[in-house]
Design a protein around this ligand. Structure first.
Ligand code: AMP
Ligand code: MG
Length: 392
């Protein structure tokens, strides 16, 4: 059996970035840019007013000015002002030719039809956005590796970009195994349970912006599971299986993976919950066999699957590891890293009730996982421990 750290390193070693794809800018939220983006135009492309007011020639600022026209945003009018003249102008509008400065409308006095500037702070070029003041044609707008945040997408749209080359999100298949599993909403017969792992996993994947999620269900039958896994491996970058990964008579994930040409990287990790975790690869495809208990599934998801999925898309891990002060003592035997569902507030962390791996009620309230070291047995109140902050 390997340690948690070894398991994480072995997974990380296997990951190759997905091949970049072109994507419509509007579809690219949350992706990482795979190439530098250069500005194709000067933005703004014309001298633009930053205020509602009057376009003037700065040297005229002491004179009473004659109003000769108007420039509104979006106008294609061309207007020329001469010395002694001014034009009404609005935010975003192009300056008339001849003008070099905009006076805010609050800073003028109008008397006898003439405009008198009353602005001690006015300078040459005040309230004018010069050509290319956001960005100049040919300049680097955003380097490869940048996250396409809402602001980044707005910025690129604002400089006229419509398509970007990005690292795609992986396509993921979820295969739940177990003869006992029934869809929520159905009536349960004796011995049956509601299937919940595909719900928690697909919710987690969707919150990462992953849209290609295939959900499949297999009975505890080697032939059926092998053919479902084979089908899932035709197109998906990542296959997540849940259940059937131990050594019981009805646990067929390892054998089915072998028959599908999946190379085992490891099986079993010194951790609780989720000890029987399996990880293998087929070419660049990643196959995770997650132990079936709902809490083990999510524990393994946050510890191993999510960081792997992020790395495929060249994204940073969203599970942050920090330290916190334990509010309750905890005792365990040495040999396994324990992950406890916990609540983190104000630098303190409290383990929740219901830590059993078949239960999700405490996970549903948790905002972190408390990582208790493999070798240590006793954890005192006030002790500093590592925690994984769960993405919200
Ligand atoms: P297994 O790893 O197949 O032995 O499953 C361990 C436990 O998790 C069993 O009690 C299963 O019934 C339960 N389990 C397995 N898969 C699911 C699932 N998709 N949803 C809810 N519980 C499950
Ligand atoms: Mg099972």
């Amino acid at each position: 059996m390997i340690s948690v750290t070894e398991a994480k390193a072995l997974i990380s070693e296997q990951i190759k970035l997905l091949n970049p794809i072109p994507l419509a800018l509007i579809e690219s939220s949350g992706h990482i840019l795979a190439e530098d983006v250069y500005a194709q135009y000067n933005i703004p492309a014309f001298r633009q007013s930053a205020m509602d007011g009057y376009a003037v020639i700065y040297d005229d600022h002491a004179q009473a000015l004659k109003l000769v026209g108007e420039m509104a945003a979006g106008t294609s009018n061309t207007l020329h002002i001469e010395s002694g003249e001014t034009a009404r102008i609005f935010t975003g509008a192009p300056l008339p030719e001849g003008a070099d400065t905009v006076v805010m409308q609050e800073k003028v006095k109008i008397s006898e039809g003439k405009i008198q500037i009353e602005d001690q702070q006015l300078n040459l070029g005040s309230n004018v956005r010069p050509i290319g003041s956001e960005i100049k044609s040919g300049e680097l707008a955003m380097p490869a590796g940048s996250l396409l945040s809402p602001a980044a997408i707005g910025f690129l749209a604002g400089i006229g970009i419509t398509e970007v080359k990005v690292f795609p999100m992986p396509e993921v298949a979820i295969i739940v195994t177990g003869k006992e599993l029934q869809k929520p909403g159905s009536v349960l017969d004796f011995g049956q349970i509601y299937e919940s792992n595909s719900y928690s996993l697909s919710a987690a994947l969707k919150s990462e912006g992953i849209t290609s999620i295939e959900i499949l269900q297999a009975d505890d039958d080697l032939i059926i599971l092998t053919s479902i896994l084979q089908a899932a491996l035709i197109k998906n970058d990542v296959v997540l299986l849940t259940g059937g990964v131990s050594v019981g008579d009805y646990d067929f994930v390892l054998e089915a993976s072998k028959r599908c040409g999946v190379r085992q990287i490891f099986h079993k990790v010194k951790q609780k919950p989720g000890k029987p975790l399996f990880f293998g690869t087929k070419g660049d495809q990643l196959v995770f066999g997650l132990p079936g208990n709902p809490s083990s599934v999510l524990n393994c998801y946050y510890n191993y699957v999510l960081p792997a999925i992020k790395k495929l898309s060249n994204k940073e891990n969203s599970v942050r590891e920090i330290t916190a002060t334990l509010t309750h003592r905890y005792e365990k035997t040495a040999g396994l890293t324990h992950f406890l569902k916990g609540v983190y507030t104000d630098a303190k962390v409290t383990p929740l009730h219901a830590q059993e791996s078949f239960r999700l009620s405490s996970f549903a309230q948790a905002n972190c996982l408390i990582c208790l070291d493999e070798t240590q047995q006793e954890f005192a109140v006030g002790e500093k421990v590592n925690i994984l902050l769960l993405p919200q």
